[in-house]
Write a protein of this length. Structure first.
Length: 230
């Protein structure tokens, strides 16, 4: 256990900070994912085929391409794209995107593709008779969404969103290739320094399992809250 001590004698403080970084990336990525889902879910449900096509391309491509490849594309291609735009305005210096921003955005886009399908399925599971009743009562589109669609969508989506969260949490291990020091990257550094990879990679597995366990406890509470009366 000396290897996990805090201070100069162990790696405990470094792994603690890496765990906080993992949580920060995961939460940021989920928020970005929800933002993308808020844009593409209505497109998936739209009556216009052109809008359906745009949303289907997004969800199909992102879910069909390996997550690591998406991260590589954003990390290595993102700087090139920004530098190209900057060169148009006369700036020709090298521009490097922050690893946290790149990793969070890349994983957020992946999370958004899965969240879009979750929200789409949840909305389509709501009884259509409720929307017809809302029209008869004269509900506005906003009131219909706020009073009918949103509460039931959340209730139906939470179980599947828990899977999206777990995928997002585990995908943070892939951004170690960008140099961002999260659990996997810090475990790699510690393993190389101490020449004890089995211990640190096993401890990394324990950390991920611990975060997953706490997350599921919280999600189960939310699920019980939104299922009251059912």
């Amino acid at each position: 256990m000396e290897l996990l001590a805090f201070g100069d004698t162990g790696w405990g403080d470094e792994l603690f900070r890496a765990t906080l970084m993992t949580l920060a990336v995961s939460i940021t990525a989920m928020l970005i994912g929800f933002s993308f889902a808020a844009i593409f879910t209505p497109l998936k449900l739209s009556k216009f085929k052109s809008l359906n096509l745009i949303a289907n391309i997004y969800t199909t491509v992102i879910r069909g391409v390996p997550e690591l490849l998406v991260i590589y594309l954003f990390f290595f291609g993102g700087s090139g794209a920004i530098m190209f735009v900057a060169s148009i305005f006369g700036y020709n210096e090298y521009i490097e995107i922050n690893a946290f921003v790149t990793g969070s955005f890349a994983i957020g886009i992946i999370s958004g593709a899965y969240s879009t399908e979750v929200f789409r399925g949840a909305i389509q599971s709501i009884d259509k008779g409720q929307f017809e009743a809302a029209k008869v009562l004269g509900f506005s589109k906003f009131k219909q969404f706020y009073k009918i669609t949103l509460p039931q969508m959340l209730r139906l989506a939470i179980p599947n969103l828990s899977n999206v969260w777990q995928i997002t949490l585990k995908d943070t291990s892939l951004i170690s290739v960008t140099g961002l020091v999260e659990i996997m990257r810090q475990s790699y550094i510690a393993a190389g320094s101490t020449r004890d990879p089995l211990f640190f990679y096993s401890f990394a597995a324990v950390l991920y399992l611990f975060l997953t366990y706490l997350s599921m406890k919280l999600i189960n509470r939310l699920e019980l809250k939104y299922n009251r009366g059912y």
